[in-house]
Design a protein around this ligand. Structure first.
Ligand code: NCD
Length: 303
C-alpha cells in the first residue's frame, strides 16, 4: 500500500482493509503508550484542516507521534495564506514539499480527490463535505470486529443523518463489502443518497428505530449535520428526531453495541454511557492503532 492515496473507502480492497486491521492489532500496545516505537522516525505528516475536528486530527497526530514521527499543519485557515486568497492547488503543492503524506479535511465534496491529483505524496481524506470519511470507516469496522468477532451476517442500523453524514456514506459501502445486513433509519428528508444506495445491499429502510432495534447487532448513530443544511429552519425541524437512551435499549439484544463517530449532540443520552452497549469511546480510541497502521503502510515502513 506504499504511496497510496486514501480518498474513498472504495479505493481499498477487502484484503487491504484486513491488512490494516492486522497491523493495527500489532500496534495496540504502542497506541496505549505501553511500548515504544520509532517506526516513523524522520517522517512528517501534514494535517490540513479546513473544517473543525477533534478526534480525527488529534488521533492522526497521536498515531504519528507514538511511532516517532512528526506533524505539521493547520486547523484554522484564518491563520494561513488561505486567508490571503491562496487556492487549494497552491496550498497542496507547497505542503507536499514539506511532508511525506498529508491528511486533508475540507467542506467541499471532491476536495481530497482534487488534492490527490495535485500531490505526488499520499493524500488521506479526513472528510470532504458530505462525501466520504474512509479512515473513520476503518476504525468503525475494526471496532465492530473487536466487539462481535466478525461483520458478515451482522445487522447494522445506520441511524440519523444519512444524507449529509459522510461517515455513513463510507461505512455503508464497506459494510456491504463485508456482508453485513444494512438497515437505513432516517427522516425522509435525510435519506441515504441514491448513488450510495445503488452500491449497497439494503435489508430495510425506514424512519423508526423501534421497527428494527430487536434485530440489531450494531446501532450506529450519527449527528444531524447542522452545518450542511441550506436552511436553518429545516435543521430546527429535524434536530432531536432520534435519541437513544437506556430505556429504548431495553428492547435491544443484550450484546447489541451502540456506536457513534462523535461528536454527539443529543442523539445518545448520557445514561447509555455506563451500559454494556456503549462502544463509542472505545471506537474513538481505536482511531489510534488503525491510523498508526494505515500511516505505516502508506509510508512504506510496514508491508
Ligand atoms: C465526523 C465527521 O467529521 O464527519 N466526525 C469524526 O470525524 N469523528 C462526524 C460528525 O461530525 O458528525
Amino acid at each position: 500500500m506504499k504511496g497510496r492515496d486514501i480518498i474513498s473507502i472504495r479505493d481499498l480492497k477487502k484484503e487491504e482493509i484486513e491488512l490494516v486491521f492486522s497491523v493495527a492489532d500489532s500496534m495496540v500496545d504502542i497506541a496505549l503508550g505501553k511500548k515504544e516505537s520509532n517506526a516513523l522516525e524522520h517522517k512528517i505528516l501534514a494535517t490540513l484542516f479546513f473544517e473543525p475536528s477533534t478526534r480525527t486530527k488529534m488521533s492522526f497526530e497521536s498515531a504519528m507521534l507514538r511511532l516517532g514521527g512528526r506533524c505539521i499543519g493547520f486547523s484554522d485557515i484564518g491563520a494561513t495564506s488561505v486567508a490571503k486568497g491562496e487556492n487549494l492547488h497552491d496550498t497542496v503543492r507547497v505542503v507536499e514539499s514539506y511532508s511525506d503524506a498529508m491528511v486533508i479535511r475540507h467542506p467541499k465534496e471532491g476536495a481530497a480527490r482534487y488534492a490527490a491529483e495535485i500531490s505526488e505524496k499520499p493524500v488521506i481524506n479526513a472528510g470532504d463535505g458530505s462525501g466520504e470519511h474512509p479512515t473513520q470507516t476503518l476504525l468503525d469496522l475494526y471496532t465492530m470486529k473487536k466487539a462481535m468477532g466478525g461483520i458478515a451476517g451482522k445487522n447494522v442500523l445506520l441511524v440519523g443523518d444519512l444524507k449529509y453524514g459522510r461517515t455513513v456514506h463510507s461505512l455503508a459501502r464497506a459494510l456491504s463489502l463485508f456482508g453485513a445486513g444494512i438497515f437505513l433509519i432516517s427522516p425522509r428528508e435525510l435519506e441515504m443518497p441514491e448513488e450510495v444506495k445503488k452500491e449497497i445491499n439494503i435489508e430495510a429502510e425506514g424512519e423508526r428505530i423501534e421497527d428494527h432495534i430487536r434485530e440489531a447487532d450494531v446501532i450506529y448513530v450519527t449527528r444531524i449535520q447542522k452545518e450542511r443544511f441550506p436552511d436553518p429552519a429545516e435543521y430546527a425541524k429535524l434536530s432531536g428526531r432520534y435519541r437513544i437512551d437506556s430505556k429504548l435499549l431495553e428492547m435491544a439484544k443484550k450484546e447489541c453495541i451502540v456506536m457513534h463517530p462523535l461528536p454527539r449532540v443529543e442523539e445518545i443520552a448520557y445514561d447509555v454511557d455506563s451500559t454494556e452497549h456503549a462502544w463509542y469511546f472505545r471506537e474513538a480510541f481505536n482511531g489510534i492503532p488503525v491510523r498508526m497502521a494505515l500511516l505505516s503502510l502508506i509510508m512504506g515502513v510496514v508491508e
